[in-house]
Design a protein around this ligand. Structure first.
Ligand code: TEU
Length: 555
């Protein structure tokens, strides 16, 4: 039993093992400049919301200069700030102000690809085939008599071929370059020492400006089998995740060498800087190597995010993740939503379940009331698990996925590249409603970059602030109790002690004296003795716990 967790995580060099981190999707958080797009000044005005919520850290999605072909994940300059978001000075001030209220600040690094408007790519286009400039990326001649066919059959994540042909300086059709995402996101060649050196320097640039760490975008994608073997897949899997262990461009063994180098950069600082990997892997055991003691500190647990609302499935996921990561001494990071997946209120409220679609991207009937009820219970489960938690902006308001954005508003490159068949991720990126009045619900003075539904007035921060039954109050209360209850937090190596209250019930204890019960079924269940400290639904003393609800007990 460890008491480490009862301290404020920020006072502790190991804060990242138990921190609750709030993801700020900058474009949609708060707009102070009045252009309809969120910005740094907007975040600085709303820091009080985060302090009031009780989180320990923030993670900011990319804020660098970018043509915004993929929401900023197409970076044109890694050492500056996109002018519509603010200035480098404002970024430094934001980091300082966050630190002053006890929040750590994590940035987002995008090492798999640059923007096609990055100077390196412009130089590569202007240079000859075989030149050092081209060798920073993955350029290859095409197949076929005239090189008119792509070098192999790899697909881009957003749809279509992963290869694009360029026109050479003499005007002739030329080589092809690899892009595992949009055509405006050419993949870097991580076998090239110059690329490695550049990114180590970029890490230092932001660490020197106060960043406490980085979320690593597509950490599983950096290394490729440069023999470029065909995949043999006939059809593009739009927004697919690695579906086999020996994939030629996802989760290659060579990637670990890169992260060992990065760890050394983090260790140049005191306290050490930290990393969180966005790594989509084939099976939970494949996350383990990323988290060895000389590699990355943490990685999102996407299996938890993909697990359905079922006590047995959730328990299996939790046990598997905890025991696998404990073998390498790493904490698990529990996460339910982010800017890439349908919001979990909607996922939990979908009444028809397709096992082939665990992220529930497919639209279909949704019972939002049920989804919110389950989301409240699942949050209470998540926040009691050993390890850290990532929250995505707006989940504290119970926001749902917006499935019916007008087609002309859609901006995710997936929509176009999938031949207008996959709507993409805009539905979870709709701006935050801050106030129940005003045309863009307090987000901006202008029209927001994605339309906000009028009914979100009911979910606005100002409404929920005055309502103790709201989702916002549940988050605040749960986060406060998580800090106060000694059993909660990191709990390194401590596996939960499960109780058998039936197949549809998750019930477990952590020492000293804490029990969480989640009823994923419909029938009420009797809960163990103890003093209730939090319930996801109103509950009288001694009353059985109804379906789709949770309770915390002290004893
Ligand atoms: O996402 C990487 C990624 O692999 C996801 O697109 C994944 O395939 C999907 O979420 C699984 O359903 C990261 C960023 O989070 C995303 O926003 C970017 O578009 C992408 O990288 C490219 O940089």
């Amino acid at each position: 039993m460890t008491h480490r967790t009862s301290q404020a995580p920020s006072d502790n060099a190991l804060w990242w093992r138990s921190a609750v981190t709030y993801q700020i999707y900058l474009r949609s958080f708060a707009d102070a400049s009045g252009d309809g797009l969120g910005d740094i000044a907007g975040i600085r005005k709303r820091l009080g919301h985060l302090a009031g919520l009780g989180v320990d850290a923030v993670w900011l999605n990319p804020w660098y200069p970018s043509p915004q072909a993929d929401g900023g994940y197409d970076v044109a300059d890694y050492r500056s700030i996109e002018p519509t978001f603010g200035t480098l000075r404002e970024a430094e001030l934001l980091i300082e102000e966050a630190h002053a209220i006890g929040l750590k600040v994590l940035l987002d690094i995008v090492p798999n690809h640059t923007s096609d408007e990055h100077p390196w790519f412009r130089e590569a286009l202007a240079a000859r085939p075989g030149s050092p400039e081209r060798n920073r990326y993955v350029f290859r001649p095409g197949r076929g008599d005239d090189g008119q066919l792509p070098p192999n059959d790899w697909w881009a994540t957003f749809g279509g071929s992963a290869w694009e042909r360029v026109t050479e300086a003499d005007g002739a059709p030329g080589e092809w370059y690899l892009h595992l995402f949009d055509v405006k996101q050419p993949d870097l060649n991580w076998e090239n020492p110059e690329v490695r050196q550049e990114f180590r320097d970029i890490l230092r640039f932001w660490f020197d400006r106060g960043a406490d760490g980085f979320r690593i975008d597509v950490a599983h994608g950096l290394s490729k089998d440069l023999a470029l073997p065909d995949l043999g897949e006939e059809r593009s899997k739009v927004m697919g995740v690695p579906d086999r262990p020996d994939h030629p461009h996802w989760d290659r063994p060579e990637v670990h060498e890169i992260f060992r180098e990065w760890r050394k950069v983090a260790q140049e600082y005191t306290p050490e800087k930290i990393f969180v990997a966005e790594a989509w892997v084939y099976s939970p055991d494949r996350l383990q190597p990323y988290l060895r003691s000389d590699e990355l500190h943490t990685a999102f647990d996407f299996d938890f995010l993909r697990t359905q609302w079922d006590a047995q499935a959730l328990r299996t996921c939790v046990e598997t993740s905890l025991s696998l990561l404990d073998e390498v001494g790493a904490p698990v990071l529990w996460v339910l939503s982010n800017h890439d997946v349908p919001r979990h209120v909607t996922r939990l409220g979908r009444t028809s379940i397709d096992p082939q679609d665990p992220l529930r991207r497919t639209t279909g009937p949704v019972d939002l009331e049920l989804g919110r009820r389950r989301a409240r219970a699942l949050l209470m489960f998540e926040l009691t698990l050993p390890g850290g938690v990532y929250l995505y902006q707006g989940e504290e308001l119970g926001l749902e996925e917006i499935d019916d954005l007008p087609e002309e508003a859609l901006q995710d490159p997936t929509w176009r590249r999938s031949g207008f068949t996959v709507r993409g991720r805009d539905g979870c990126r709709v701006p935050v409603p801050w106030s129940s009045a005003g045309p863009s619900l307090g987000f901006s003075d202008a029209d927001p970059w994605l339309p906000m539904p009028a009914h979100w007035r009911e979910l606005a921060v100002d409404r929920q602030e005055t309502d103790p039954a709201s989702m916002l109050w549940l988050y605040r209360n749960a986060l406060r109790l998580r800090k106060e209850i000694p059993a909660l937090g990191a709990g390194d190596g401590a596996l939960p002690h499960w109780h058998d209250l039936g197949r549809e019930v998750l019930a477990y204890s952590r020492e000293p004296g804490f029990t969480c019960v989640v009823n994923t079924g419909r029938d009420p269940v009797r809960v163990p003795d103890g003093q209730p400290v939090l319930t996801s639904v109103p509950l009288a003393e001694g009353e059985p716990l109804p379906g789709n609800a949770a309770i915390w007990l002290l004893h």
